[in-house]
Design a protein around this ligand. Sequence first.
Ligand SMILES: CC(C)(COP(=O)(O)OP(=O)(O)OC[C@H]1O[C@@H](n2cnc3c(N)ncnc32)[C@H](O)[C@@H]1OP(=O)(O)O)[C@@H](O)C(=O)NCCC(=O)NCCS
Length: 142
Amino acid sequence: MPRPDELEAVRRLRHQVLDADHANPTELKLSEIDKHPDVIHMAAFAGRDVICTVRLQPLTKGSSNYLVRKMATRPDYQGQGIGVQVLAAAEQEAIRRGVMGFSLDSRVKATTFYAKSGYKETGEQVIRDGDLNITMTKQVNK
Ligand SMILES: CC(C)(COP(=O)(O)OP(=O)(O)OC[C@H]1O[C@@H](n2cnc3c(N)ncnc32)[C@H](O)[C@@H]1OP(=O)(O)O)[C@@H](O)C(=O)NCCC(=O)NCCS
């Protein structure tokens, strides 16, 4: 997990990857959610550089369902299995804290990636930051 002083590097990676094709960048600064104690950040590093990141947050206050957001791998590290590992590590930490299920809104191009990690499409679609997103969920097997 990134330390609090590493979150700025996490934000910079998100800005590089997630804002790349967006007219309105959303990752110009860390949000209050980023600093909330219930929120789980996970990251992979190459040296001191953050090369992959994801954020998990309660769906609603106190919920045992968590929302997966801000998943991003630096372009030169994509397709090497790092994203799958970082997401799995974040889920494990959430499960350790008692989380029972995960949901997310996936950009259309990323649904294959999440399916590989066990997420299933619910049939719902939403527009998020101007993109069509496909809602996907995953339940924890006990
Ligand atoms: C989606 C993303 C986070 C995946 O990270 P990654 O580290 O490249 O993923 P992995 O290497 O662990 O990929 C595992 C599998 O996911 C699939 N996958 C990964 N990226 C994909 C992409 N862009 N399009 C389609 N499938 C993809 C592949 O099938 C891959 O399986 P394979 O190794 O058998 O080919 C990364 O491509 C990314 O940052 N994309 C841009 C930002 C984005 O779309 N984020 C998600 C927002 S909802």
